[in-house]
Write a protein that binds this ligand. Structure first.
Ligand code: ZN
Length: 172
């Protein structure tokens, strides 16, 4: 199976253009999304081309306007970025959006940095406000606003879906 060892759809569905009953049910029950299916198949196709690459576990994809985050297993970012970023360039072409790769279970600061690159994350502050849900403030240098990969709204929406936390970008 090339370098994809795990995806939201099964091995049979990776190779075929249709979904088996099991995967179809997962889609219907919103356990996986149409985007997960699409990205799984694109990755599988690329895996046929780049057979020498390390195995990756593709978990899910999260998208917003102009930006898609792909969640992979721990320590797998370098496997998917690959030599000279060829794989990412092809993924970007296939999906027609900017791509960022994040690792499942990484801390907020690391996930934020992986999404916001090439903008730099100075730090993450947690704001507790009596009884309400805490707010995570991802601090970015004001001069790096132009380096953000998408609009602030799009990025915050990806953070929310990714972490299930209330995350805001702040500039200083
Ligand atoms: Zn299937």
């Amino acid at each position: 199976m090339g370098f994809i060892t795990k995806a939201p759809i099964c091995g049979v569905c990776l190779k075929s253009g249709i979904l088996c009953q099991g995967c179809e049910r997962k889609l219907r029950e919103n356990k996986i999304s149409e985007l997960d299916v699409k990205v799984s198949r694109v990755l599988f196709g690329l895996a046929q081309k780049y057979r020498g690459m390390n195995a990756i576990n593709f978990k899910r994809a999260i998208d917003a306007v102009g930006l898609t985050a792909l969640v992979v297993g721990r320590g797998e970012i370098s496997s998917i970025i690959g030599k000279g970023g060829k794989l990412i360039r092809e993924l970007t072409e296939h999906l027609q959006t900017k791509i960022r790769i994040v690792e499942e279970g990484a801390d907020i600061r690391k996930q934020a940095q992986d999404i916001l690159t090439p903008a730099r994350v100075l730090g993450v502050n947690i704001l507790y406000s009596g009884g309400k849900r805490e707010e995570y403030r991802v601090r970015i240098p004001r001069t790096h606003v132009r380096r953000l990969p998408a609009s602030i709204d799009a990025i915050q929406s990806i953070f929310a879906k990714l972490t299930d936390k209330n995350i805001k970008l702040v500039f200083e």
